[in-house]
Design a protein around this ligand. Structure first.
Ligand code: T6T
Length: 360
């Protein structure tokens, strides 16, 4: 089932079309090309369509000196690998250079040295998935002070005034969708728990809040009995969910807010023989989580469109660097796609599954 999407402003349509190109070029349909993004703008978005397209085709050779740096939350996560693929496709189409550097764990400790080293290289623009809403503010401020525009992609920081734009999935909606799906399977009653990453991550915090709020406001006979933090570790998530099963006999559902939590929660449910008894709603579609979805150890997967996010981020950076700032939406919300065990092999769903490698 694909969730409601809203058409982009006319000036963004070229990005949408490029999304199609990314999906075909990768032959994996990772980017959810047919969906569009909702955008809102602090300045006014372009009212006349196609100007980026014209600029891209006429100027691709004259912008070879532009280097856009993409710093993911971590480099080994299929979500960010798929984002890289979308960004690289867009950079190629626009004739700009794209660099990709990051840590191998999702933490400010791993990300800060990468970001600080990048500043010395003076890229034309920085695209970043900040690993913490506060810890990345000071380094991002340094880029802004050096007149290097910064676009947040996926996660963001608290001080959004520093950013040229922010692109993310509809995280609140994704959490609420998981809550509704679990409630339906559990006949609107019982205890549920959240397995989150770490406090201070904008995306996963919003997903957890969306889930908890939906349960509290719509399901009076359901109760959120615990929130655990797994530090982006599937192994930790697995042992947390095993413990939740033991300590909460009325547990009917677990919401895992990202890919590693999903792997851990699904594995725990399967190992404990709780498939079909404790329902799992979770985020992100890569081979391990899709396998768990297919066998019913995960019941619902909220799938994002990271290639679309990466592509949009490169386009907005290009617009900023080529004098088209008025075309850039301040906030872009990319819709989710929700998969269930029943739809896991449907081509309309599988085209959104993430890639696990990209060497662009
Ligand atoms: O869920 C994605 C991303 O959106 C989130 O910000 C961090 O975790 C992932 O990368 C999945 O591991």
């Amino acid at each position: 089932m694909q969730l409601k999407s809203v058409t982009r402003p006319a000036g963004r349509r070229r990005a949408l079309l490029l999304g199609v190109a990314v999906a075909s070029a990768l032959a994996v349909a990772a980017c959810g090309s047919s969906s569009s993004s909702t955008t809102s703008s602090a300045s006014s978005p372009a009212s006349s369509g196609g100007s980026s397209s014209t600029a891209a085709s006429s100027s691709s050779s004259s912008h070879k000196n532009l280097t856009i740096a993409l710093v993911p939350g971590l480099t080994v996560d299929p979500f960010y690998i798929t984002m890289h693929a979308g960004a690289a496709q867009e950079a190629k189409a626009l004739g700009v250079n794209l660099t990709w550097q990051g840590g191998t764990t999702f933490s400010p400790t791993a990300q800060l040295p990468v970001v600080n080293a990048l500043l010395a290289k003076n890229p034309s623009a920085l695209l970043i998935a900040p690993t913490d809403v506060n810890a990345l503010k000071a380094p991002i401020q340094k880029f802004v002070n050096a007149s290097i525009p910064v676009i947040a992609v996926d996660t963001t920081i608290n001080d959004t005034g520093l950013l040229t734009a922010a692109i993310t999935s509809d995280n609140t909606q994704g959490g609420a969708a998981a809550a509704d799906a679990i409630a339906k399977l559990a006949h609107d009653k019982g205890d549920v728990a959240v397995d989150n990453v770490n406090p201070g991550i904008s995306t996963t915090d919003a997903r957890a809040a969306g889930f908890i709020n939906e349960i509290k406001t719509k399901y009076p006979n359901m109760h959120v009995v615990a929130t655990e933090y797994n530090n982006d570790s599937a192994t930790t998530a697995e042992s947390q969910v095993r413990n939740l099963i033991l300590s909460h006999p009325s547990l009917v559902g677990v919401f895992a807010t990202n890919l590693y939590g999903a792997q851990g929660a699904g594995t725990a449910i399967s190992a404990a023989g709780k498939t079909g008894k404790v329902f799992v709603g979770a985020y992100d579609a890569e081979p391990a989580t899709v396998a768990l979805l297919k066998k019913g150890a995960i019941n619902v997967l909220v799938i994002q469109q990271p290639a679309v996010e990466g592509k949009d981020a490169v386009l907005y950076a290009y617009d900023k660097l080529t004098g088209k700032s008025s075309q850039i939406p301040k906030n872009t919300l990319v819709p989710n796609v929700v998969a269930t065990t029943a739809t896991a092999s449907d081509p309309n769903i599988t085209k959104y599954y993430y890639v696990t490698s990209f060497s662009g």
